[in-house]
Ligand binder design. Structure first.
Ligand SMILES: [Zn+2]
Length: 49
């Protein structure tokens, strides 16, 4: 299943998914963003490592 990375927006099949610490909404990060520690932004605007 393809998902959009929350950091770079790319569609990826290999991702990590976890709930945002503020709202609990699911955040998707591709393996690339995990590797380079790209920041992500939750729908509520929280920016995390
Ligand atoms: Zn990404």
């Amino acid at each position: 299943m393809l998902k959009n990375c929350s950091s770079c927006g790319v569609q990826t099949r290999q991702y990590a998914e976890f709930p945002a610490p503020d709202t609990g909404e699911m955040i998707v990060r591709c393996t690339h963003c995990r590797k380079i520690s790209n920041p992500y932004r939750t729908p509520a605007g929280l920016i995390g490592p």
